[in-house]
Design a protein around this ligand. Structure first.
Ligand code: NAP
Length: 306
């Protein structure tokens, strides 16, 4: 594959940035990758993994970069942009991978110079693991990346970023920031909140011991715990910055939950069965679209310890 950007700078060197570095190298999509993380510990690990040329400051990492990708929690993007803004090369493209888009655009835009482009994006791919060691080149393969071009974005630069994500294995869609935030509150943000709650409830419940929760977790709880193990800072920022859409979907969720609660209390089996039949079809659609495996137990390797 051809080089798409001469120099790419990754700010933040966690799961997403390290996966990007590996996927860019796999595809030969850039001639040089620089990177920066705020802690020396993360920078040392990134050096040990030979992810990219690790710099001692964000300013040093972005100097001469053609593409700068902000890969930090959404609440940190504005202040990083403020620091690096004056040091960007004329004509450079700034992008990000934040899970929320309206708030990122609002915090980054004030610090952008007129001669710099901004093309926000969000890869819909991740795991519950964090940090540079958790990255892998295949993370974005066959996953979607949503590009959210602000009004007046340069079409050539939007297309170029599109090609980078395709080169990293993703399929690309475009939408506006508000729609992105609403869609993601349905598919990601509210489900995470529900998983956090369910795991919190199990933790609080005195009548079921911790040992029992762990021993019988394969009955469903285990899949909540995977989601609820996601990075606390990242998710704190998601809920603080995608407040309106999350509250709207959470309101609808609560209404549906009450309806199911009433169906259980009144013995309305038809309602429960119709509801679960509808939700099962959604699962089938996700598997058919290649976004998850159909294998029993989500393809987990069965071990004797189970
Ligand atoms: P991560 O593995 O936790 O890495 C975060 C990186 O940001 C680390 O290098 C960390 O530096 C740095 N950082 C954290 N707080 C910072 C601050 N206040 N100022 C400067 N740097 C800071 O996170 P990630 O999963 O890669 O997520 C990065 C971004 O991708 C987030 O915006 C998230 O919303 C988005 N995203 C995540 C997923 C996912 O599933 N994880 C999926 C799609 C998009 P140190 O290590 O030095 O602390």
């Amino acid at each position: 594959m051809a080089v798409i950007y001469d120099r790419v700078a990754l700010i933040g060197l966690g799961l997403i940035a390290s996966s990007m570095a590996l996927a860019i190298k796999r595809g030969g999509l850039a001639r040089k990758i620089t990177g920066y993380a705020r802690s020396s510990q993360t920078r040392d690990i990134a050096r040990e993994l030979d992810l990219c040329e690790v710099c001692e400051s964000a300013v040093e990492a972005v100097r001469d970069a053609d593409l700068i990708v902000l890969c930090v929690p959404v609440g940190a993007m504005g202040s990083i942009m403020e620091d690096i803004g004056p040091h960007l090369k004329s004509g450079a493209v700034v992008s990000d991978v934040g899970s929320v888009k309206r708030a990122v655009i609002a915090s980054v835009t004030p610090h952008l110079r007129d001669d710099v482009h901004f093309v926000p994006a969000h890869p819909i791919a991740g795991t519950e693991h964090s940090g540079p060691r958790s990255g892998f080149a295949e993370l974005f393969d066959n996953r979607w990346c949503i590009i959210v071009p602000p009004e007046g974005a340069d079409a050539t630069e939007v297309e170029r970023l599109n090609r980078l994500w395709v080169g990293m294995g993703a399929q690309v869609d475009q939408m506006d920031a508000d729609h992105h935030d609403l869609v993601l509150s349905v598919t990601s943000h509210t489900p995470h909140l529900i998983a956090y709650t369910m795991v919190g409830v199990a933790d609080d419940l005195q009548r079921v011991t911790d040992g029992e929760v762990i021993k019988y977790s394969a009955a469903g709880f285990r899949d909540f715990t995977r989601i609820a193990a996601s990075d606390p800072i990242m998710w704190r920022d998601v809920f603080l910055t995608n407040k309106d859409a999350t509250l709207e979907i959470l309101g609808r969720f609560t209404e549906e939950l009450f309806a199911l609660q009433r169906a259980i209390r009144t013995g309305d089996g038809a309602h429960l069965q119709e509801y679960f039949t509808r939700t099962r079809a959604i699962r089938r659609g996700i598997v058919e679209a290649g976004q998850d495996t159909d294998a029993p137990d989500f393809g987990r390797t069965l071990s004797k310890k189970g």
